[in-house]
Ligand binder design. Structure first.
Ligand code: PEP
Ligand code: MG
Length: 549
């Protein structure tokens, strides 16, 4: 069988037997029940308690935060108000299945209307209803299978809750037919270090069939040869050894330092990032703290989060990005829900300049947290497109007491104007996720244009080089904090293009650290030259590999 191509998440490789995600259930029919209401109620009661017991047992096996989620689902299954709703439907002539379907859906609507945390639980309720209905039908519950041995999970796509709860001792790798590289599956897989290839399109694999999931090469190999299996096993082992390597600071083979920093969305991940050898924080995405807030956060409450982050990284650099709201990260107090094309709308710095009080409060909270702690705080603005935006942001931030103020380069205009922008800004950090999206005019969330979203594209590499050159002309540092920095060979190319620091999800630090030690700065420049001279992303990567060899 031909190899299946998709988009690899991370760089791992894994092998094992396939197990498919059980298919979604067909919706229950609304035909009237042939059984008595008491018989239907007894069947539902039995199904509900079996599902609750199963969820509790899974929770106990999973432990940690997964246990809390699963126990909460078990409680939902047995919720008396819900059961009253089910009984009322049955008394009206519905079958048990249909009654569960209707009553759970009505309850989910009520939760959604409440919004916030309860609103988010509506999806869990749908999952519980599916389990109960599957039990009533005597078919496997939809969701992650439990074949009783480690397996490669094959699914159309995964709900975030499924991905978050995957048992990493059982799931060797994940393959999805749908979803792009920035789908929920991809983001969570990367965070948890799961080997994954997403967006393969229709595939024909059967349960038990052996596959190699090779994320580094964007491919799934069905029925591999002995040689392919041995090669994959050797690569997996080399990766595991790299993860065990001492946590030395990032540096090239000739000793050129390349500080390796962490991308974080909350102070909760800070300790783990340090354990993985992060030399500081290169991107603190502050908007992640407020995604469910209706109101702008107070100076006091923000200051607390920033203080926690800065304390954990005492003595180290912490780059905080002010709120990047809009597009896939709307914040009700900052963004306009009616924009037809929000990625091109009032997003990032544009939204903050429109509501300057929110920006002032955030900068004030940051300056206060800085005054109480010993980290080296740098602050930057997202989505900068012009020299004027740079000037007004740096002026305001400095006025409010911040010492080191920079910009993100994520819009092609900022890369092209980097020499002018960096006359004013103290530093630049390149957000390759958005820079690629805007350079290639390819929505970063859309699987159908995933082939255009590669940061290896020479168009993106040229803009990265322009930014690094703009930094060099002004003696200002330029880092990268987009996903590109997490790809080890691309990280070498970035350094060769003149980038001085790399920031990434902490799970990527070990691979990047190991790769950097294999090349000198002269090698990195030569590899970068080869990549940037190519005409497309695949050729750029191939040219970089050839230059290494
Ligand atoms: C980026 O665009 O590369 C970036 C780091 O910002 P975000 O992914 O949060 O948009
Ligand atoms: Mg961005």
């Amino acid at each position: 069988m031909a190899d299946l191509r998709g988009v690899g998440i991370g760089l791992g490789v894994a092998q094992g037997p396939v197990a498919h995600m059980a298919a979604r259930l067909a919706p229950p029919s609304d035909a009237r029940s042939a059984r008595t209401p008491d018989e239907e109620k007894a069947a539902v009661a039995e199904a509900v308690s079996a599902v609750a017991a199963e969820l509790n047992a899974r929770g106990e096996r999973a432990g940690g935060s997964a246990q809390d989620v699963l126990e909460a689902q078990a409680m939902m299954a047995e919720d008396p108000t819900l059961l009253e709703g089910v009984h009322a439907e049955i008394d009206g002539g519905a079958t048990g299945e249909y009654a569960v379907h209707r009553a759970f859906a009505a309850f989910a609507e009520q939760l959604k209307a409440l919004g916030g945390y309860l609103g988010e639980r509506a999806a869990d309720l749908a999952d519980v209803a599916q389990r109960v209905i599957a039990h009533l039908r005597g078919v496997p519950a939809p969701g992650v299978p439990e074949p009783g041995h480690p397996f490669v999970l094959v699914a159309e796509d995964l709900a975030p809750a499924d991905t978050a709860l995957l048992d990493l001792d059982q799931v060797l790798a994940v393959v999805t037919t749908e979803g792009g590289p920035t789908s929920h599956t991809a983001i969570l897989a990367r965070e948890k270090g799961i080997v994954a290839v997403v967006g393969t399109g229709e595939i024909d694999l059967s349960d038990g069939q052996t596959v190699i999931v090779d994320a580094e090469n964007d491919v799934v190999i069905a029925d591999p040869t002995e040689d392919q299996l041995a090669d994959a096993a050797a690569r997996a082992e080399a990766r595991a050894n790299a993860a065990q390597a001492p946590l030395t600071p990032g540096a090239l083979a000739d000793g050129t330092p390349v500080p390796l920093l962490a991308n974080l969305g909350s102070p909760d991940g800070a300790a783990e990032a340090l354990e993985k050898g992060a030399e500081g924080v290169g991107l603190f995405r502050t908007e992640f703290l407020f995604l469910s807030s209706e109101e702008a956060p107070s100076v006091e409450s923000q200051k607390e989060s920033y203080r926690r982050m800065l304390e954990t990284f005492a003595g180290k650099k912490v780059v905080v990005r002010v709120l990047d709201a809009g597009a896939d990260k709307p914040l009700p107090f900052l963004t306009d829900a009616d924009e037809e094309n929000p990625a091109l709308g009032r997003r990032g710095i544009r939204a903050l300049q429109h509501r300057e009080n929110v920006l002032r409060d955030q900068l004030t909270a940051l300056a206060q947290a800085d005054a109480e702690t010993d980290a080296d705080l740098w602050v930057m603005a997202p989505m900068i497109a012009t020299v004027d935006e740079t000037a007004s942001f740096t002026l305001l931030a400095k006025e409010l007491g911040l010492k080191t103020v920079g910009v993100m380069v994520e819009v092609p205009s900022a890369a092209l104007l980097a020499d002018r922008i960096l006359e004013t800004a103290d530093f630049a950090s390149i957000g390759t996720n958005d820079l690629v999206q805007y350079t290639m005019a390819a929505d970063r969330l859309l699987g159908t244009v995933a082939h255009l979203q590669s940061p290896w594209h020479p168009a993106a590499l040229r803009l990265i080089k322009a930014t690094a050159d703009g930094g060099a002309a002004n003696g200002k540092p330029v880092g990268v904090c987009g996903e590109a920095a997490a790809d080890p060979l691309l990280a070498v190319v970035l350094v060769g293009l003149g980038v001085s620091t790399l920031s990434m999800s902490p799970s990527a630090l070990a691979d990047v650290r190991a790769e950097l030690t294999r090349h000198t700065i002269d090698d990195a420049r030569r590899i970068a030259e080869a990549a940037i001279a190519a005409g497309n992303a695949d050729d750029a990567r191939a040219a970089a590999r050839a230059a290494v060899a």
